[in-house]
Design a protein around this ligand. Sequence first.
Ligand code: UDX
Length: 441
Amino acid sequence: MSEVIGVIGAGYVGAATAAGFAHLGYSVAVVDTDAAKVDGILCGRSGLTEPGLDDLIEAAHENSTITASTSYSVLTDATIVFVCVPTPMRSDGAADLTFIDTALSGVEPYLEPDDVVVLKSTVPVGTGDAVAERLGSAGVHVVNNPEFLREGHTVEDFLAPDRVVVGGDPAAIKRVTALYRSLHSPIVEVDRASAELAKYACNSFLALKLSFVDELATLAERVGADITEVTDVMAHDDRIGSHFLSPGPGWGGSCFPKDTRALISTATSVERPMRTLAAAVDANEAQTQRIAALIADRLDEPDAAVTLLGLTFKAGTADLRESPALDIALTLSKQGVRVFAHDPTITSAESLVARMPLENPADPSQPTLPVILADPYALDVDTRVIAIVTEWNDYRSLQWSLVAARCPHAVVIDTRGIVDAALVRSAGLQLYRIGIAEDWL
Ligand code: UDX
């Protein structure tokens, strides 16, 4: 274990990478501009809602194999430095590489000849070459090693990846792949541009698949079919696969929305437009608005209220980034609907402020943030629609009789296909499930 690992960025990707390599026996140094994250790591905590992550960080902390700082000098002894900073979406859809640039400027003074800089962040094709040119004169090698970590599963995905992808400088690739050797996962060595494009390709293909299923669910409702039966037939075909076939309120999160748009942007810039992907992005926006319209259509009185169950973009995370639930809340609120919401990870509307831009939050006649419920049974008595937007297990096992006792005239819209229909209906509540024609016709 002669390599010493450096990690720039302690978000989902950086924290899991640091904790994972510490778990594999490496000495790891983390740098982040956020002092709270650094202090957390120094006390053995990640500050993230990620199963298993704090256990690994705590163990590394006890073994003194992890350290952290807001100063790049903590990377002085690192021989392989992983860049794990965000590459958010610019207003034109392209990836914003400002954080990559800042990270490189920060680490440059501490790099020595033969050190390796690994780009784990999702970066557009050509970024690795540009970084290699920038650092090459100092004898530093550059490797692209894109991450495929799902939020809520980052530790599991780090320790048992479907594949490890590495591209770039051949001598350095050997040193980077050696770090992962003990995981016994397939290691795919490719050229740098292919590594960069492959990351976008994976996320975009999954987004494309979901948009197809979301539209298919809409069609199923109209033509008398059941989307669960249709996707079951599809899943039996190994060429299609059984994952990512559940319709929902639209895909969101920190990756799919920005990565699809960045790939569209790259393709457009070289005059090779990706029409399929552009259509998937459009379909996704339409899906979220369709759900908002289905909810609005079921409000029969001016004072009727809506409760959204789930605000995060998916279950198992506290992340609200690009969450369809927030778009639905905003659309309804703009129509004057009173919106309530519950989410197991959200205890106050404060955390919504940054994710739900309101023009004039103080003006009650303008759209407002949803009122956060302490539990899913604390429903406003005027609730007419209860919409399940995130697939939290809590909502699979709701006591529908309690819901019905409080709001006997409410209808339930299940956008994730998670409730037991018989239980909802036996409580006397009307149920609409996405993609199931018998509920809608
Ligand atoms: C994704 C990729 O899976 C991961 O490999 C990458 O590195 C980061 O982006 P993540 O953003 O955590 O991970 O979410 P993921 O679990 O992939 O779900 C993405 C979106 O698809 C969510 O909005 C989710 O609700 C939605 N989804 C997923 C569905 O609507 N139906 C499904 O069947 C699966």
